[in-house]
Design a protein around this ligand. Sequence first.
Ligand code: NAG
Ligand code: NAG
Length: 225
Amino acid sequence: MKGVEFLVALLLLALASKLASASDPSPLQDFCVAVNDTKDGVFVNGKLCKDPKLAVPEDFFLAGLNIPGNTSNQVGSMVTQANVQQIPGLNTLGISLVRIDYAPYGGLNPPHTHPRATEILVVVEGTLYVGFVTSNQENRLFTKVLYPGDVFVFPVGLIHFQFNIGNTNAVAFAALSSQNPGVITIANTVFGSDPAINPDVLAKAFQLDENIVKQLQSRFWWDNN
Ligand SMILES: *[C@@H]1O[C@H](CO)[C@@H](O)[C@H](O)[C@H]1NC(C)=O
Ligand SMILES: *[C@@H]1O[C@H](CO)[C@@H](O)[C@H](O)[C@H]1NC(C)=O
């Protein structure tokens, strides 16, 4: 009896840890093309998927990543997405892609995190100063200057950035280990939230005068995604 209770407790613990881990699901079948309504859909693995017999090559296809993003904006960069929103065939597969364009000297993909994905980036044009910072209490900065062909990894959840330090446009492509990686741009979330965070909170957290906080909160925070 004691042994059985122990086993049950162990099983419950294993189940709880399984439920608490939130990663992209395992597909359980070749693919699960996402559909919006139940017509022609089947439930597999908890998701509504297109009936596999109705899947077509276009479900796995996206054109246009050869087209440069428009970098005429306040940060001088643009991210073009190729995730499950654009490619329904990525559903349950745990992977996606972006193209990132940077304006000549100063084009910035500002400090941000992907809550659900590690990123691996390759530069195809230009020169980028890139970096990420480890979590508390170390907060160590890892940086590198990247040239065409160079690859860099941004571990899941860590704050990272890319900055064009060359005099030409820069272009990079990055793969992310989620069909829906999510983006949290630090400045936008902290100073551009809707509604605004109480300025006392931000004044204390960032060691800033409350007027400076209010100034920052009144700014427009461009989303380059
Ligand atoms: C699902 O709905 C979204 C938002 O309305 C739309 O952009 C997308 O094209 C739809 N996808 C499919 C496969 O119908
Ligand atoms: C790029 O964006 C700017 C600002 O929105 C706009 O004025 C310009 O026409 C755009 N350029 C292209 C090529 O779309």
